[in-house]
Design a protein around this ligand. Structure first.
Ligand code: SF4
Length: 94
């Protein structure tokens, strides 16, 4: 019983801490990137997770994902905006 309570308390604390960190990140990123980030952290879309990770990697500059030169990055082949000529105009919907 005590162990279960401790586990539940840890889970509640972790959930609160995670939400706090998510909110901090949301406040630090451009509004245009928040939708894909929310979808990524919901855990329901690997596509959104890749897109959000790449956006964060390059400081939220979409053109920099298109121009990425890190050929050894595990996400390189799956990064968004690979074929976009106007990467800055493309919307991210996860
Ligand atoms: S593919 Fe490029 S932009 Fe995406 S995470 Fe890797 S290094 Fe960053």
């Amino acid at each position: 019983m005590e162990a279960t309570l401790t586990r539940n308390r840890k889970k509640v604390v972790m959930t609160a801490m995670r939400q706090e960190q998510i909110n901090m990140r949301l406040n630090q990123m451009p509004q245009t990137c928040r939708g894909v980030y929310r979808k990524a952290v919901s855990g329901k879309s690997l596509r959104a997770a890749v897109n959000a990770f790449c956006l964060e990697c390059v400081g939220y500059q979409r053109i920099e994902i298109h121009l990425c030169t890190d050929l050894g990055c595990p996400l390189f082949a799956q990064r968004p905006f690979q074929r976009s000529k106007q990467a800055t105009d493309v919307s991210i919907d996860g």
